[in-house]
Design a protein around this ligand. Structure first.
Ligand SMILES: Cc1cc2nc3c(=O)[nH]c(=O)nc-3n(C[C@H](O)[C@H](O)[C@H](O)COP(=O)(O)O)c2cc1C
Length: 364
């Protein structure tokens, strides 16, 4: 059982989907880091369901910071954020009917039936709310240090978005407030139609998020086991429904000869850069100063309205299940802020290990 992540900056998550509240604890954060509650609220708003393809749940996400912040800045002691659960419809679920693709059965095997399975319990996407709230503090601190993160839906329902441009900072700005984060509006419209179509068939869709990080100094990463890829993938695979992560060309490297896969070095104002970025800004588990680039694949939302075969834990019999609760036909639009958040937390941890906790405090 492990609900805490990190070496220097420790993140702990707790709560259940239909319990009283969910929350998160950040320990090891430098003192003096600005905590902008409007920024946190904005990031949480990007995680909430919206629009016709997504769940009708009302997740207001009113949060309260109960420790670790004074006069709008971190104190340096553990920072705890609580988010009450307000819109539970426990009657939507029979927790004994195992939902295919969800964590009901595996959770039961691990916690022997003592777990609170309703609504996905501790495995629910709801737990990503405190992750986003804590991540917002990290994102803000990174920005103050010139490090920016942005993700877009690069592939969904057979539709591809355009790639990040040579100036990813502009793209990151463009994506900032979008509820449906694509770089190309037409691609975004086509993807939304695919989601609506899936929903009309009581089905769901997965897809790929692509993320870029700019402004990271070269030399960050703790190989072997806390290489930048290891830390980021560890966090990304902790997000429910993530089933794959690839850095740079990723699985595409299988089709490239070395002469095309290598990124040749060059000089720009005496700074060492690379002419291409097939390696996604990381060599040997350490940042090389180029933008860090990776893709994350999400599976389709497991809860769907179609009839599926399952087993009833109470009766021990085979049954069918038709899930009528309020679910997103595709979680990618909401999941992108979750990806940005875990990446912010992971990078703050790596930076704190490399340069010390106070590195992130601009006034130190
Ligand atoms: C932001 C977010 C929202 C989610 N919402 C739902 C949902 O409404 N219904 C559902 O069945 N799964 C949802 N999921 C996915 C499940 O939580 C996840 O598939 C499940 O816990 C099983 O874990 P696994 O897919 O990683 O194996 C969501 C995931 C995220 C990240």
């Amino acid at each position: 059982m492990k609900n805490t992540f990190g070496n220097s900056l420790l993140v702990t998550l707790f709560g259940e989907s239909h319990g009283k509240m969910v929350g998160g604890l950040l320990d090891g954060i430098a003192p003096g880091i600005p905590v902008d509650e409007d920024f946190i609220a904005h990031k949480l708003s990007l995680r909430r369901p919206f629009g016709p393809g997504e769940s009708a749940r009302v997740e207001t996400d009113d949060f309260s910071i109960v420790s670790g912040v004074k006069d709008g800045r971190t104190t340096g002691t553990p920072l705890c954020i609580l988010i009450p659960n307000r819109d539970q419809h426990s009657e939507d679920y029979d927790p004994d009917l195992l939902r295919p693709g969800h964590a009901d059965y595996t959770g039961y095997c691990k916690y022997h039936g003592f777990e609170d399975r309703v609504g996905g319990g501790h495995f629910s996407g709801r737990l990503t709310a405190p992750l986003v709230a804590l991540g917002a503090i990290a994102t803000y601190a990174l920005r103050e240090n010139g490090i920016f993160i942005g993700s877009h839906i690069s592939y969904l329902g057979g539709v591809s978005d355009r790639e990040f441009s040579q100036n990813p900072l502009e793209d990151i700005e463009l994506l900032e407030d979008l509820r449906f984060p694509t770089l190309d509006e037409e691609a975004g419209d086509a993807m939304q139609n695919e989601i609506l179509d899936a929903r009309s068939r009581d089905d769901s869709l997965g897809g790929i998020l692509e993320t870029v990080v700019t402004g990271l100094p070269a030399g960050v990463g703790e190989p072997w086991f806390d290489s930048v890829e290891s830390v980021l993938s560890h966090l990304l695979f902790s997000i429910p429904a993530v089933k794959g992560v690839e850095f740079g060309e990723g699985f595409g490297f299988a089709d490239l000869p070395g002469s095309e896969a290598n990124d040749a070095f060059c000089l720009s104002n005496r700074k060492i850069l690379t002419e291409t970025n097939h390696n996604g800004g990381i060599n040997g588990g350490i940042t090389n100063g180029m933008p860090v680039l990776f893709r994350t694949v999400f599976k389709p939302t497991p809860s769907i309205g179609q009839e599926q075969n399952t087993v009833n834990l109470r009766t021990g019999r085979e049954e069918t299940i038709t899930i009528s609760g309020r679910h997103d036909a595709c979680i990618l639009p909401r999941a992108r802020v979750v990806v940005d958040s875990v990446v912010s937390l992971g990078l703050c941890d790596l930076l704190a290990v490399r340069y010390g906790t106070d590195f992130l405090n601009p006034e130190e």
